[in-house]
Ligand binder design. Structure first.
Ligand SMILES: [Mn+2]
Length: 193
């Protein structure tokens, strides 16, 4: 059995990440972890980010050694990393790949999609069986473009039909998803308070 644990939207929250990593350790101790970006919280707003440059990292993002030491997993880049790279000029924040592919699964942050005012995502066409994303901090799956908001412990099948899976957020919600690549199922997970 091959399992992959997927997390997203940490926003520099050390306690929430610790809680989620402990839960992954309990539920799927052998699963590699893939992170969908927004590791860090950028403290420069979108408007200001259009004109400020060469800002020291300490003024542009919430960072700590404790938090950075916990980042031992594959990660794609989120909009927070892109903004931090823009305002600091530090290339390492743009060095995360935009997407990761594992077999027929795609991993992407999700700010690249269109979004309605109600935070429903509008997707481009992909050939993959399953597309994992985050960004809106709301766990859900989309079948044929229709969003289904889910409760923790919901399992969905990606065996017969393409699904887009929003894994939810580490920050605020302690959410993640477990993908079983053999059974072709995804289970939405949530660490308890
Ligand atoms: Mn985001």
């Amino acid at each position: 059995m091959m399992q992959i644990a997927i997390i997203s939207d940490l926003h520099s929250h050390t306690k929430a990440l610790k809680k989620v990593l402990q839960h992954i350790e309990q539920v799927a101790p052998l699963a590699p972890i893939v992170c969908l970006g927004d590791l860090y919280e950028c403290t420069i707003g979108k408007k200001k980010a259009t004109y400020v440059r060469n800002i020291p990292l300490a003024y542009a993002a919430i960072t700590s050694e404790k938090f950075s030491k916990m980042l031992r997993f594959l990660t794609v880049r989120g909009n927070q990393e892109e903004r931090i790279a823009t305002v600091t000029g530090l290339p390492q924040f743009n060095a995360y790949p935009e997407t990761i592919e594992i077999d027929n699964a795609l991993f992407i942050h999700g700010h690249q999609f269109g979004w309605t005012p109600e935070w429903t995502a509008i997707f481009p066409t992909y050939p993959h069986d399953v597309i994992f994303f985050g960004h809106s901090h709301q766990a859900a799956y989309y079948k044929q473009g229709v969003r289904h908001i889910v409760k923790p412990n919901t399992t969905v099948s990606v065996a017969d039909e393409q699904l887009f899976i929003n894994v939810g957020s580490v920050v605020d919600h302690y959410e993640w998803a477990l993908y079983d690549t053999d059974a072709k199922t995804v289970t939405f997970q949530k660490a308890t308070d």
